[in-house]
Design a protein around this ligand. Structure first.
Ligand SMILES: [Zn+2]
Length: 341
């Protein structure tokens, strides 16, 4: 009699599990049959009404029914979880053939980033290693170690953003040279791309601009090597026919120092408005590293020589694309920026 009742409950329960299609239904079945007031639990509770002799047998029937139901519920739960997971995966699949909604365009890198990457790539191909340094710099690294005298005008408040007496926003990426030479023994062949800051703001100057500093330190390096490196750069970055010219100049950290000019690509040297009728465009400053700088960084200047150059990224972009106002590159005018994709 009781066995038939247990079998009946078990059968009804299995049927309900079989028909269940989600986890809420399974949960309700668990409560209905196995819960504190559940049907199987109720039979177990009624065991005390049976005779002592019958109890072990009834106990076994109930336990068996309970185990069977629990096992089937667990299986069902697993298969529902599996179906849900599969459904989620299907819903998350991207349709790559979908076209973009009309009027939306894909973003692109800013032309200055493209130019910086191009220049960096050229020097990496020439065997240069890329180094980074802090934008907030000690006066020592930005000026003193680079042989810039205490009374040099570039140290004035009007030419440098000071944060405190000896902390400033670096005015040149040359400061990275000092960090590298103090921590690395020659041969050194590095470029340091990065932002620099000076209180200037007009069509050809911005308070923030980017430089790429280059430095080679070795036993036999000369001004001739500097020229061939820059000629190769000009050929790869501007055009096959671009020529490079050195003009004597002065920087405290190089001796001799040179201004480096490019032959004007627009007029081919005949003279035009871009090159101000000279046939040449000023690109950058460079030179042979001053022995004082090498010595300050712990490098024996009787044994080693250095060459260095600093390329202005904005200047290179302006020359390459014939842009007259640097501020166009910083403004967010999408019509201009789009042209450089
Ligand atoms: Zn020209």
């Amino acid at each position: 009699m009781l066995k038939a009742k247990i079998d009946g409950i078990q059968e009804a329960c299995l049927l309900e599990i079989n028909n269940a299609s989600d986890l809420q239904q399974i949960n309700a079945i668990k409560i209905k049959y196995l819960g504190r007031n559940g049907e199987i639990t109720a039979v177990l509770k009624s065991i005390k009404e049976a005779s002592v002799a019958e109890r072990p047998q009834i106990g076994k029937w109930v336990n068996d029914a309970q185990k069977l139901v629990e096992g089937i519920i667990a299986d069902k739960e697993n298969s529902i979880q599996e179906i849900l997971k599969q459904k989620r995966t299907e819903e998350e699949t991207l349709d790559v053939t979908l076209s973009l909604p009309q009027g939306r365009s894909i973003g692109a890198l800013n032309p200055l980033t493209l130019i910086k990457n191009d220049i960096t790539d050229i020097f990496i191909r020439m065997g240069f290693e890329v180094k980074d340094g802090p934008e907030i710099e000690f006066e020592y690294y930005n000026f003193t170690a680079l042989n810039i005298p205490k009374d040099h005008p570039s140290r004035n408040n009007s030419d440098t953003f000071y944060i405190s007496d000896n902390l400033l926003l670096r005015t040149q990426t040359s400061a990275v040279q000092v960090h590298v030479m103090k921590s690395q023994r020659p041969p050194i062949r590095i470029i340091c791309p990065g932002k620099v800051y000076r209180p200037d703001d007009d069509a050809t100057h911005s308070p923030m601009f980017q430089q790429i500093e280059g430095l080679v330190v070795d036993t036999t390096v000369t001004l001739r090597d500097l020229k061939s490196i820059l000629e190769e750069f000009a050929r790869l970055f501007f055009s096959e026919t671009t020529k490079v010219r050195f003009r004597p100049s002065y920087f405290p950290f190089t001796e001799p120092s040179v201004e480096v000019d490019l032959s004007c690509n627009k007029c081919g040297g005949a003279g035009c408005n871009l090159c101000k009728s000279t046939g040449w465009i000023e690109l950058l400053g460079a030179g042979v590293v001053h022995p004082n700088v090498l010595e300050e960084c712990g490098i024996d200047s009787s044994k080693y020589k250095g060459i260095a150059f600093g390329i202005g990224v904005e200047r290179a972009a302006m020359i390459k694309y014939g842009i007259h106002d640097m501020r166009l590159l910083f403004d967010n005018d999408i019509r201009i920026l789009k042209q450089f994709k």
